[in-house]
Design a protein around this ligand. Structure first.
Ligand SMILES: [Zn+2]
Length: 310
């Protein structure tokens, strides 16, 4: 498979619908189509060139490369999806639905829907394991308040009232991957199982002096506490700069591009920003290809509406 050096090459290549289809088939199946209904792997291709029929006697269903993917049941041309994916995965700070709509020539509503589906592609299938030096911390990001009354809005604008905020718990391996999780609270019962699920027991954990993390030294190789209230920002090679950097990227994205994020969608944004962070060392074309291999995440429009803007 040839890679694309830039978006111009991608647009030229995918202006041919057949080339577009072949590319998606290659990315999804590596040349060996598999029935998404039953898993049978020797279907035959029908004359229209894009439909396959399953050979399994109990299944016999038809499918195409978009069946059970984020592209399914949409009137948007596949080429438009691919261009949107390229733009979306390679914008370092994320992209708003208004901007995407202008870039690819759709309505803002369509672009908003596409962005939500594209975000499904960057949702990790497995949470990475973190080891060696792992920094952990919690940050609060602004959540959207539903049905704000005139009075509440006025209070918000005048600064009398602060917008509702929601906690995000973050863990990041020094020079490695990050995991960002939207959590209901900062209690030990909430955070400890997350740490245990993600961080290898031989790791050195670095955190601030939050009492919720007391006792980690009994479970891990070492627990280094940086006491910010004592104006302490590092202990030798240990600090919390990496996790703070990941948080500021998340917040810049949410406040600058998306303006507000409802708590309901916060985890999807966390995945998006963790994905961007975790793929920071690879090329744009490689990041695009990586996302293309994960087209089976699927989210229905029905589950999105109710919250208008993302
Ligand atoms: Zn089948």
């Amino acid at each position: 498979m040839t890679q694309f050096k830039n978006i111009q090459e991608l647009i030229v290549r995918f202006s041919d619908p057949k080339a577009c289809l072949e590319y998606v088939e290659q990315m999804r199946w590596n040349g060996n189509p598999v029935c998404p209904h039953c898993g049978q792997n020797k279907p035959y291709r029908l004359k229209d060139g894009k439909t396959f029929r399953c050979k399994s006697k109990t299944c016999k269903k038809d499918f195409t490369v978009t069946t059970k993917t984020i592209f399914e049941n949409s009137k948007i041309a596949l080429s438009k999806w691919l261009i949107a994916l390229y733009i979306c995965t390679n914008h370092k700070k994320g992209i708003s639905s208004c901007q995407l709509a202008r870039d690819i020539g759709t309505t803002q509503k369509t672009a908003w829907f596409m962005l939500h589906r594209l975000r499904e592609m960057v949702r990790p299938k497995a949470i990475p394991e973190l080891s060696e030096i792992v920094e952990i911390d919690t940050t609060w990001v602004g959540g959207k308040e539903k049905n704000k009354s005139k009075k509440k809005r006025a209070q918000l604008e005048s600064g009398e009232r602060t917008p509702k905020k929601a906690p995000v718990f973050g863990m990041v391996e020094r020079n490695g991957n990050s995991v960002l999780i939207s959590v209901p609270d900062e209690q030990s019962e909430t955070l400890r199982p997350l740490i245990n699920a993600v961080v290898d027991k031989d790791s050195i954990i670095v955190s601030d002096a939050a009492t919720v993390h007391y006792g980690l030294e009994n479970e891990y190789k070492e627990h280094v506490i940086i006491n910010h209230s004592n104006d302490e920002y590092a202990k030798g090679i240990y600090n919390t700069n990496t996790i703070e950097g990941a948080f500021s990227q998340l917040k810049r994205g949410i406040y600058g591009i998306y303006h507000q994020v409802s708590v309901k969608h916060l985890q999807a944004y966390c995945h998006e920003f963790a994905y961007r962070y975790n793929t920071r060392k690879i090329k744009d074309s490689e990041r695009f290809e990586l996302s293309m291999r994960n087209t089976e995440g699927r989210i229905k429009y029905k589950t999105l509406i109710g919250d208008k803007q993302g």
